[in-house]
Design a protein. Structure first.
Lengths: 203, 203
C-alpha cells in the first residue's frame, strides 16, 4: 500500500471505534467517486478546527466565546449541573429533561491517569457560584470510584456556600431486571428504598 | 450542539463502521488536547487527497501514475489476477502468497446497482492481455451471484485468446466445521472432491 495512504489509515485507526481494518474500509469509502466524500470530510473537519473553541463559561465546545447553552435566556439560572466532559453534556441534552446550566470539569480525579484537583476546572466554578445566583448544584458524575471521589471533592469545595448540593440517585436502571443486577446496585437500591404512596380513593 | 460540529459529525457518521454516536465519540477524541489529533488527521487526509490517484495500468491507488505493484520487477509478468476493488488487492497482498500482477475491474455486474459491462475496466484489461505477455488469468471475484456472473462475463471476453483462465476454488474454508456449513458450500465441496494421495512407504 502507498505510504501516504498507510499513514492516513494509521491515523484514522486511532479514532475510538476504529481499528486497522475498519479504517482501511473507511478510507476506501472516502476515496470513491473521485474522492468526493474525502473533500467533504476534510472541509468539515477544517471548519471545526478553525472555529470550534471552548466556551469561556462552562467549557462546552462552541464557535463563539460563549456557547448557546450559556446564552440561552430560557434556561434556569439557579440550577447548575457539574459534569466531567462535553460528551456528558451532549448525553444530558439528548435526553432533553434538564433545563439548567452546565459546568464541565474537564476530567475526574484519578491516581492512575494522574489527574489531580488543580487540573479540574474548579476556579471558574467557584466564580460562577459567587456571581451567577446559583442555588442548586447537581454533581452528575459516573458511579465509579473516581467519579464518586471527585463528587465528594467538589461537594467539600462547595460546603459553607449557601447552596444545595445534590448527587445523582443510585438504584435499578429503568428496564433493569433484578436477577441481572450487580450486588452494589442492588444494595444501593435497597438503601435508598422509597415509600409507595397511593392516592386515597374517594369513598 | 454547535452546527459546525454537528455537520462534521454527520459527515463522519457516513463512514462505514461509524454511526451517529460513534462519530460523536470520535470527534470528541479528535478535539482533545487542543485539537492535536484533529490537526494530524486533517493533514494526513489532505495529503491523501492531493497525491493519491489511480494507477494507469491496474487501477490501484498510488501517489505515482503507475503503482508499486505494477512497477515491481520481482513479480511474475505472466500471471494476472482480476479483482473487483482496491480492497481486494489489499486483502490478497496481506495474505502474501500471490506474486503476479493485478487488474481492478472497479465493480461487478449488478442489475440492482445498475452496473453494466461498459462500466467495468475491461478495455485496459484487453490491452494488457495483448501486450504484457500474460499467459494465466485468475478471476478472483466473490462467490456471490453478481461475482459469478461477472466471472463468466470476463471469461467469455477472454475466450479465444491464447491464455488459461481460472476461477477460485470453492469448498470448505480452512478451520470450517462441517455442521456449520451452508448447503451450497457443502455441495460445492463434494462436487470438487479431491483424491487423497499418500506417499508410499519404502518397505
Amino acid at each position: 500500500m502507498d505510504s501516504l495512504l498507510l499513514k492516513a489509515i494509521k491515523t484514522m485507526a486511532q479514532l475510538p471505534g476504529f481499528g486497522p481494518r475498519s479504517a482501511q474500509r473507511a478510507m476506501l469509502f472516502a476515496l470513491k467517486n473521485e474522492g468526493f466524500f474525502l473533500d467533504q470530510l476534510i472541509s468539515n473537519l477544517e471548519s471545526v478546527r478553525k472555529n470550534i473553541k471552548k466556551c469561556q463559561i462552562c467549557g462546552n465546545f462552541s464557535c463563539s466565546d460563549i456557547c448557546s447553552v450559556c446564552l440561552d435566556p430560557k434556561r434556569t439560572k439557579h440550577q447548575l449541573c457539574i459534569i466531567e466532559s462535553v460528551s456528558d453534556l451532549w448525553t444530558i441534552e439528548r435526553a432533553n429533561f434538564f433545563n439548567g446550566k452546565f459546568h464541565i470539569l474537564g476530567g475526574i480525579l484519578s491516581a492512575i491517569d494522574g489527574i489531580s484537583p488543580n487540573q479540574l476546572n474548579t476556579e471558574t466554578l467557584l466564580n460562577r457560584i459567587e456571581n451567577e445566583g446559583i442555588t442548586e448544584v447537581i454533581i452528575a458524575l459516573s458511579a465509579t470510584i473516581e467519579g464518586q471521589t471527585t463528587m465528594y471533592y467538589i461537594a467539600e469545595l462547595l460546603s459553607g456556600k449557601d447552596i444545595n448540593v445534590f448527587s445523582l440517585a443510585q438504584g435499578i436502571p429503568i428496564g433493569g431486571e433484578l436477577n441481572y443486577l450487580d450486588d452494589g446496585t442492588l444494595s444501593a437500591a435497597f438503601l435508598d428504598k422509597r415509600e409507595v404512596i397511593l392516592s386515597k380513593k374517594i369513598a
